[in-house]
Design a protein around this ligand. Sequence first.
Ligand SMILES: Cc1cc2nc3c(=O)[nH]c(=O)nc-3n(C[C@H](O)[C@H](O)[C@H](O)COP(=O)(O)O)c2cc1C
Ligand code: SF4
Length: 442
Amino acid sequence: MTKNPKLVLPEIENYHSYSVYTANGGYNAARKALKQTQDEVINEVKASGLRGRGGACFPTGLKWSFMPKVSEKPKYLAINGDESEPGSFKDRQIFEFNPHGLIEGALIAGYAMGIKAAYIYIRGEYHKWVNCMQDAVDEAYAAGVVGEKMKATFGIDFAMDIYVHKGAGAYICGEETSLMNSMEGDRAYPRFKPPFPAQVGLWGCPTTVNNVETIATVPAIFNVGASEYAKLGAQGHAGTLLYGVSGHVNRPGVYELETGILLTDLIQDVCGGVKNNKRIKAIIPGGSSMPPLRGDEIEGIKMDEESLKKLGTHIGTAGVMVMDEDTDIVKVTLRIAHFYHHESCGQCTPCREGCGWMEKVLKRINKGDGTSQDLDLLLSVCDNIEGNTICALGDAAAWPIRGFILKFRDEFEAKVKKNRSFQALNVVHGRRESAKTLVFEN
Ligand SMILES: Cc1cc2nc3c(=O)[nH]c(=O)nc-3n(C[C@H](O)[C@H](O)[C@H](O)COP(=O)(O)O)c2cc1C
Ligand code: SF4
């Protein structure tokens, strides 16, 4: 196979249409997979080394094997296209440029787990992509590759329906259990786990939730073969990823490349380097919820889960956010804190209150009214949120804030010292500019 093959986003004109998709081998992977047994299909996905692209990197074949084989209740597949995290914008490329790849992947996943209905959950405001996906689903029905007609098309006794579902328009809707509540028509509150979705999911029935890119990758595994796919990219995290690069680079965008690419190559060779040839101050490697890296620690860093884990961060959604030397890190941290405070659903106290406190304290620091103790206070709030909430939004809020303070404490301290309204009026050291402002000579 060529280096960095375009498996999920092939560079073929009009690939989104059924005719072009099938002219280029589309639905052959389903033909192949649907001839195998369900266990064989799951084992093939396990052997490929595919890990979820929705952020947690969970092994996909293993997740599929959790689905009960026999169930009195119907089983469901929920395909997560909420994609509302800042810095993550790759799934919408699939809706637009390879929707039939997603449908074909859904057919294979559905067949492997004995599922008769799949829902593609797309954030409601993404009208364009909802329409792209609906058009493709309509085409697939008309062509007889989805629904009852697929029995005759593929010559098997299996049929699955696919529905496009407009989401409720919030980041929390992407959390798998709140996605299910949202689909059921309720407020998108995350549910306690256990029970896990494979036992009690949509409408109380066994459900598998997978990311859009995860499912759209499945046909490629059957086209190239699991063992070939497993050879792509980094050990322990095989395949290609849709890297969504944003921030201060010359050519931001979504690029399909193998896992394990050097972060510096991604920025320099693929994205044309940093704007105005500036130095890099910070990078978030996988969407705004991941701990950041300092610009001076990215040399030799590979973009795969196992490599990034060693540095205390994660690949997440592979949404790479690049910040140049002029970036105000305190402002970035405040902006991120504002997002998570705004998006917290409010069910659990550490997240509801903690996210609010973090934003409040960061506002104070940014204004120049903070103290050094505020930084320790923020770290302690992070510690008290992490691991103490119903869903992972709490962790997602704490990780970047803790990461930025620990890695850029000097910048926070500078803002505290430089701008603070002086509080202890009888301090004798230092020169004042006014009664309230102490001047630090160095
Ligand atoms: C607050 C929050 C938001 C999330 N948003 C998304 C999302 O938009 N898309 C997504 O695929 N996963 C999202 N996830 C992760 C899902 O809960 C789930 O792990 C994922 O859809 C599983 O798919 P995968 O195994 O294919 O990665 C989110 C998680 C949290 C905690
Ligand atoms: S962690 Fe936050 S978003 Fe998640 S359930 Fe608790 S309050 Fe809601």
